[in-house]
Design a protein around this ligand. Structure first.
Ligand code: ZN
Length: 347
């Protein structure tokens, strides 16, 4: 990830790259943020920047061999630690001492899709259900092992620790030891939402970087940026079937929605509300203030002239009620079949 891709905290981008350029970067940085301010994105961009073979004008080049691997999160000197726990994705043996490495594929995908994910989204993605994540001593041992290997190609081995406040006592003590005597060429990037819960001795070994909360407008830009493309496609299918009065064509989209996990289902409903709001504004010739993306625009233009004004209010209410039903664990098939039906009838 390049700094350019990050929304908000622009002054911090300059501050960090200057720290690298002027050789003032320490071996451990502690990013602290309110959830959703982009600290993980900053940690990634900084890791990529220090290893980039051709960074210029305050950003990574995005093209060198190191950047190529960073873009896919597969650089051999890029390591991740995050809170985990027993999960239905693990074997019985793995469940006894879960570590981040077991979930690295899910982690990479999540991070590539949207580096602003929440702690709960991480847990949902790695199948932890209602357990809380911890960073335990096995993880700390694994950090030791990884950092004792020679850096394979980069200048720095980077160890990104997401939510270090989830470390237990034993893991904290081990990490402290590493921070006191860091292996040569290692950069620790801690990303915390509750830095006050870390050992004071850990905090004092780190350069502290505080992120400013994002403005409403910046948050909106992130939401639009991270919308899965299939959401727009599903709305297109639902609207198309409803406008053409082909009930049978609503089956495929609602079946897809019913198969999603609960969090993604909620995300869809919230997105559908924002999509309809934009479409409503477009129908009132207020397109310029509605922040419509190119992909959305193509779909909105198809239907905006044939949809009655009362459709928006009705469907909004149905989406709100669907959100409550998801939280109440209502059967997904019934819920989305009903929602699709209401779309169909409201047009
Ligand atoms: Zn590069």
């Amino acid at each position: 990830m390049r700094f350019e891709e990050i929304i908000g905290n622009d002054g911090l981008k300059r501050q960090l790259t200057q720290m690298v350029d002027q050789n003032r970067l320490g071996h451990a940085i502690l990013f602290q943020e309110n959830p959703g301010s982009g600290a993980l994105a900053f940690a990634l961009a900084l890791a990529q920047y220090v290893n980039c073979k051709g960074h210029n004008e305050g950003d990574s080049c995005g093209e060198c061999s190191s950047c190529y691997k960073y873009n896919k999160l597969i650089h051999p000197d890029l390591h991740f630690v995050f809170p985990v726990n027993g999960s239905n994705l693990l074997s019985e043996t793995e469940k006894k001492a879960p570590i981040s490495d077991y979930f690295i594929n899910q982690w990479r995908q999540l991070l590539l899709d949207n580096p602003y994910f929440t702690e709960q989204e991480l847990y949902d993605n790695i199948g932890m259900e209602n357990k809380s994540g911890i960073i335990g001593v096995n993880e700390a041992k694994r950090i030791f092992e990884k950092l004792s290997l020679k850096s394979s190609e980069g200048d720095y081995k980077t160890m990104i620790i997401y939510l270090p406040e989830r470390m237990n006592q034993e893991a904290s003590n081990k990490l402290l030891k590493l921070l006191e005597e860091p292996p040569v060429g290692t950069l620790f990037l801690l990303v915390s939402c509750a830095a006050e819960r870390l050992l004071p001795t850990i905090r004092s070994r780190c350069q502290l970087i505080t992120l400013m909360p994002l403005s409403r407008e910046e948050q909106a830009r992130i939401r639009t940026q991270s919308v899965p493309e299939d959401f727009v496609e599903l709305l297109d299918q639902l609207l198309s079937a409803s406008v053409a009065k082909r009930l049978i064509d609503t089956f495929s989209p609602w079946e897809t929605l019913a198969d999603y996990g609960r969090e993604k289902q909620k995300e869809f409903c919230i997105y559908a509300e924002s999509f309809l709001r934009k479409m409503y504004l477009a129908s009132n010739n207020l397109k310029e203030i509605s922040d419509i993306t190119e992909i959305e625009s193509a779909v909105i233009n198809k239907y905006v002239s044939v949809i009655k004004p009362d459709f928006y209010q009705k469907v909004f209410g149905y989406l709100e009620s669907a959100l409550r039903s998801i939280d109440a664990n209502v059967n997904s098939k019934l819920l989305f079949c009903d929602l699709a039906n209401r779309f169909y009838l409201s047009i």
